[in-house]
Each structure stands twice: as structure tokens, then as C-alpha cells.
Write a protein that binds this ligand. Structure first.
Ligand code: BTN
Length: 261
């Protein structure tokens, strides 16, 4: 009896097109017209042994997901991808990769378009206060999958309120393949730096791009209600330091909280 694999089918033409981008040449690329979520494909490939750096990419997703079990609208016109990483640093530091990826996204957008997105800790890219892109980090056994979603030419009518796209900001140099390659390339540079030197250089590069510092933020702590305070800084471990109304400063772990508007 033949057992048919029911998973999504790779698209060689898309893979060849992506591999033409200088930043992606020679990389392991798995590209699809449509998948439920590139995160799931990436976890499956990682479980089957794909090494550090494999890129999983889709034109559309039917079940794109964001942090805190939110949905990530994924119509054609955006970039939806995931990268398998097998970090050499201790597991406790892996959440910092969310910030490494956010920094890479901000720099990639800047390089391609001259726009200056800010980073809303821990993982959102904003342009004029609207959400342009998001990063999702999921750790399993001995790998991490970093997901990256960015609205490139996506019509705003197909996106949630408060979202924006590169095209809406006249970023004419930005099309999905180039955006993917730019993010991937900058991510590799910062990932290598982080692997070697830890979070300190990332923190330095992030600081001028952080949208929140000095602002009053509301933080929803899993199962423990909400707290308000002033965002002071990102500490040496990547946590957000907040001065609470009580006057006490507290550090919030990446992934522990959500920032509400
Ligand atoms: C967030 O802002 O909450 C994170 C959004 C992450 C979306 C990307 S799109 C590619 C990858 N696949 C998914 O299902 N999610 C991530």
C-alpha cells in the first residue's frame, strides 16, 4: 500500500526565484504557494533534521498565527517565512532571538526603502504607529523557529485595523523576494554576532529604534491581570524594565507579556 504524504507541496519555481536573490543563494529553501502556517512546516522539517538556517517561505497562509494565539492575516502580497535555528547559546537566552529578528527586520526595511520602522518590544515593527511586521519565536526540543510576517504590497483593506504595508509608504524598492532576502541576510549577521558575543551588541543597536522608552505601557501578564507603568529600558537580558505605579521597577521577560495600546 502506498502512503501519500498529505502535507503541502514544494514549488520548485518559487524556490529557484528566491535562490536568485544574492542573500539566499546556496541556502536550504522550502517554498510553497500556500500552507496553513510556515511555523508548522518549519517544526516538521526541524524534527526531520533540517539544519540551522533552513528557510521556509509561503506566498499565502491559511492559518497564519501571531503571538498570544492571535491570527496573522496572510493574503498574497506579504512575506510569510520561518527560519529553523539551532542556537549554540544557553536555552535561557533563546527568547532574545525575538529581538535579534526584530532588529534584523528593521534594518532590512531601512536598507531597502529608506523608511525607519520602530520596534515595539518585544516583536512588532511599526511605521507611524501602525503595525508593519511581526516576529514569532517558538522553541521546541533542541531548535527554535523564528517566524517573520511583513505586509509588503498587501492591500490595506485585507489587513486588520491599525496595520500598514510597505507599499502604503511608497517603498517602491520593496517586493516580497527582496524583502525576504534582506531580512534573512541581516538576520544571519546579527545571529552570528549574538552567537559569539551575546545580547550586549544587539541591545546597543536596538536602543535607538525602540518605540516605547519613556512611554506609559499596559502589560498583560499571563493569568495575573494587567499592570501599568513607564517603560524605562531593555535590560542586559532583553527584558523590558518598567517602573510600576507603585514606584518599583520590574523586569518583564520576552514572551511573558503583551503590550496593549
Ligand atoms: C505577531 O506579531 O504576533 C507575530 C506574527 C508572526 C507572523 C509570521 S508569518 C510567518 C510565520 N508563520 C506564522 O504562522 N506566523 C509567522
Amino acid at each position: 500500500m502506498t502512503v501519500h504524504h498529505a502535507g503541502p507541496v514544494r514549488d520548485p519555481a518559487l524556490e529557484a526565484r528566491l535562490a536568485q536573490e544574492p542573500g539566499l543563494a546556496g541556502r536550504a529553501i522550502f517554498a510553497y504557494r500556500e500552507v496553513p502556517s510556515t511555523m508548522d512546516v518549519a517544526h516538521e522539517l526541524a524534527a526531520a533534521g533540517e539544519p540551522d538556517g533552513a528557510l521556509i517561505w509561503a506566498e499565502r497562509q491559511t492559518q497564519g498565527r501571531g503571538r498570544m494565539s492571535r491570527k496573522w492575516e496572510s493574503p498574497a502580497g506579504g512575506v510569510y517565512c520561518s527560519v529553523v535555528l539551532r542556537p549554540s547559546r544557553p536555552q535561557a537566552e533563546h527568547p532574545q532571538l525575538s529581538l535579534v529578528a526584530g532588529l534584523a527586520a528593521a534594518e532590512a526595511v531601512e536598507r531597502l526603502s529608506g523608511l525607519h520602522p520602530s520596534i515595539r518590544w518585544p516583536n512588532d515593527l511599526l511605521l507611524d504607529g501602525r503595525k508593519l511586521a511581526g516576529i514569532l519565536l517558538e522553541a521546541r526540543q533542541d531548535w527554535v523557529v523564528l517566524g517573520f510576517g511583513i505586509n509588503v504590497t498587501t492591500p490595506l483593506a485585507q489587513l486588520p485595523e491599525g496595520a500598514t504595508s510597505l507599499a502604503a509608504h511608497d517603498a517602491c524598492g520593496a517586493e516580497p523576494y527582496r524583502v525576504t532576502a534582506a531580512w534573512y541576510e541581516v538576520l544571519q549577521t546579527w545571529y552570528q554576532r549574538w552567537s559569539r558575543d551575546g545580547f550586549a551588541p544587539i541591545r546597543e543597536a536596538l536602543r535607538p529604534r525602540l518605540a516605547l522608552l519613556g512611554q506609559i505601557v499596559r502589560i498583560a501578564v499571563d493569568g495575573r491581570g494587567e499592570m501599568e507603568g513607564q517603560a524605562l529600558n531593555v535590560d542586559e537580558a532583553g527584558r523590558l524594565l518598567v517602573r510600576l505605579d507603585s514606584g518599583l521597577a520590574r523586569a518583564f521577560d520576552v514572551g511573558e507579556v503583551a503590550l496593549l495600546r
